[in-house]
Design a protein around this ligand. Structure first.
Ligand SMILES: [Mn+2]
Length: 253
């Protein structure tokens, strides 16, 4: 693959879209319209939606988003969707409607700056044992096919209970427990043999330089870029021939 005339790659995550926050859906629609054509590909690294009960559960928000994503891909930009901890049930049917391809984490992306490992980020939060237990359960094929076979009302009830429980237990967890575990981050660099990592989930946008004991790719320092969630600000990362950086813009409500 040559990188000579590559259009920029964009990365977003954690928009948590839902009918209740039309200003965020509007911000995404504007963002897509501005970037379509000039952007080579958009990678959505999870939690595009606040909740996903199945591709058959439609809402005005979901319809607006799928229309805007389809316009974006029809204009010539590629679109890749990764699951987050809230929308891990997005299926091939929704992806096809948007012209998107679902990708699994860890996803290794070749760029002009070397390979970058893409993750949603929740797999790095290993101090939150309760959440990791839940994650292991709901990420099995068996659990998912059983859940998707239930009625929409039953699925909605389950999602409400899960959210109430998670909010209750999150109130008792420290900031450290809810952030990434540093050893999990190091293990990720080592196991992938790659000193560059890009993820979301923690809602703590930053670019971290991580010292390495043993060099990876000849480097004693790895980079962990964290996308921010969308609220009063919208966050995205840009990878072009010239730069690899985190950017943000204002979202007026
Ligand atoms: Mn998340």
């Amino acid at each position: 693959m040559t990188h000579g005339a590559c259009k920029p790659l964009l990365f977003i995550s954690d928009l948590h879209l839902q009918d209740r926050s039309p200003e965020l859906t509007n911000a995404l629609v504007r963002f897509l319209a501005e970037q379509s054509g000039s952007c080579g590909a958009l990678y959505i690294l999870g939690d595009l939606f606040e909740v996903w009960l199945g591709d058959d559960a439609r809402s005005s928000c979901v319809n607006r988003v799928s229309d805007a994503l389809r316009d974006f891909t029809q204009s010539g930009s590629k679109l890749f969707l990764m699951h987050g901890n809230r929308d891990f049930l997005i299926g091939n049917s929704f992806a096809a409607q948007c012209g998107a391809q679902l990708i699994q984490e860890p996803y290794r992306l070749g760029t002009a700056h070397g390979d970058i490992i893409l993750l949603h980020g929740d797999s790095l939060c290993t101090d939150d044992l309760e959440y990791q237990h839940f994650r292991n359960m709901v990420r099995t094929v068996k659990w998912q096919s059983e859940f998707l076979s239930r009625s929409l009302e039953e699925r909605e009830r389950f999602a409400q209970q899960a959210r109430a429980q998670s909010q209750e237990s999150m109130a008792n967890k420290t900031e450290e427990v809810l952030d990434v575990n540093q050893q999990a981050v190091l293990d990720c660099f080592v196991s992938n043999g790659c000193p560059r990592l890009l993820h979301g989930h923690t809602h703590r946008p930053a670019v971290h330089a991580v010292p390495l004991e043993k060099p990876i790719d000849g480097k004693f320092e790895a980079t962990r870029m964290v996308l921010g969630d969308w609220g009063t600000l919208g966050w995205y990362a840009v990878v072009s021939d010239e730069t690899w950086e985190l950017r943000h813009f204002n979202i007026s409500s």
